[in-house]
Design a protein around this ligand. Structure first.
Ligand SMILES: NC(=O)c1nn(CC2CCNCC2)c2c1CCc1cnc(N=C3C=CCC=C3)nc1-2
Length: 329
């Protein structure tokens, strides 16, 4: 597990024979002071941490080696690191600055998102009005567009994995269950190209494609039926998120995971009274059972719901709108 992160400094000192040498230094656990726990996963804990030298704050994800090996999660660890190494240049993706390790753990030094989860903000206001939904929806879509252009399918997009920085800008996180395509140009469905488009990382130890199902409420029908995700699977989750921002709840939710899955594969959902018509049309064109018939990112960007909404650089320079709940007419 090669550490990542260019040497972050040099130290001039004398070697044993008194000759001046320049040593490259890399960050290590002693360079940070660790604070509160931000979140805990099945084999990782994320801490608030401060660089002792620069006083810059980060989120550091600590993965316990023994647990990773015991739970056979090495593949997921590799997928997350390789994914984060591919997604280095977008304001809407949590950035990986360094990785290092010690005898017990692996460490990922990541962007800190002081605004917490989008889900937490949504729960406080109940719902988002159309302006807020358009703003956060556009940032999430811009980040998905960048991910897909780099051959990454997230596969577990949900409001809990959409974090907010101190400007209330979106930062998508948690790529441990992402799917890396060999060729970023792969279109809707890597299978259409003959191969399954999977990188070696996304295979189990015995070479079988690692199968994965995301979080029940946001999982796409193709993942439930033929077990593989494609770029359009992230757009299914996007449709669920847009619905949830305006309705205050996800479109598919039942008393158990099995019943939720049934609702998904049967496309069993309804819009609340007064749901904004343009948003309804957009959601209906994302929540299409056949991934090949779902709106693509370009279609979504050009949908009337986003008319007048800039994408790209301007989007990330704009000020977040005041949070207001949606009030049906
Ligand atoms: N799994 C991760 O990579 C990860 N997990 N968290 C905390 C989780 C808490 C539950 N919901 C999903 C995120 C983070 C990261 C990336 C890096 C990261 C950066 N900033 C924060 N900030 C938070 C601030 C307040 C509450 C929660 C998170 N959190 C993370």
């Amino acid at each position: 597990w090669k550490d990542r992160g260019a040497a972050v400094g040099v130290r001039r000192e004398l070697d044993k024979s008194g000759r001046p040498v320049v040593r490259q230094i890399k960050k290590g656990v002693r360079d940070f002071s660790f604070g509160r726990v931000l979140g805990e996963g099945s084999y990782s804990t994320v801490y608030l941490a401060t660089d002792r030298q620069t006083l810059k704050e980060y989120a550091i994800k600590v993965l316990e080696k023994r647990h990773i090996i015991k739970e056979k999660k090495i593949k997921y660890v590799n997928i997350e690191k390789n994914t984060l190494n591919r997604l280095t240049e977008h304001p809407g993706i949590v950035r990986l600055y360094y990785t290092f390790q010690d005898e017990t753990s692996l460490y990922y030094v990541l962007d800190l998102c002081n605004g917490g989860e989008l889900l937490g903000v949504l729960k406080r206001t109940g719902t988002f009005d159309v302006e807020c939904t358009r703003y956060y929806g556009a940032q999430i879509l811009d980040a998905i567009d960048y991910m897909h252009s780099r051959g990454v399918i997230h596969r577990d997009l949900k409001p809990e994995n959409v974090l907010l920085d101190d400007q209330m800008h979106v930062k998508i996180t948690d790529f441990g269950t992402a799917r890396l395509l060999n060729d970023p140009r792969t279109t809707q469905d890597a299978n259409a190209e003959g191969g399954d488009g999977l990188d070696a990382d996304t295979r189990n130890d015995d070479g079988r494609a690692a199968s994965f199902v995301g979080t029940a409420e946001y999982v796409s029908p193709e993942l439930l039926t033929h077990k593989n995700a494609c770029k359009a699977s992230d757009l299914w989750a996007f449709g669920c998120i847009i619905y949830q921002l305006l309705a205050g709840r996800p479109p598919f939710k039942a008393g158990s995971e099995y019943l939720t899955f049934q609702k998904i594969v049967n496309l069993e959902y309804e819009f609340p009274q007064g749901f904004p018509p343009l948003a309804r049309d957009l959601v209906e064109r994302c929540l299409v059972l056949d991934p090949a018939r779902r709106l693509t990112i370009e279609h979504i960007k050009n949908h009337e719901f986003f008319s007048g909404q800039p994408f790209g650089r301007h989007l990330w320079r704009s000020k977040a709108p005041r949070l207001r709940p949606y009030v049906p007419p």
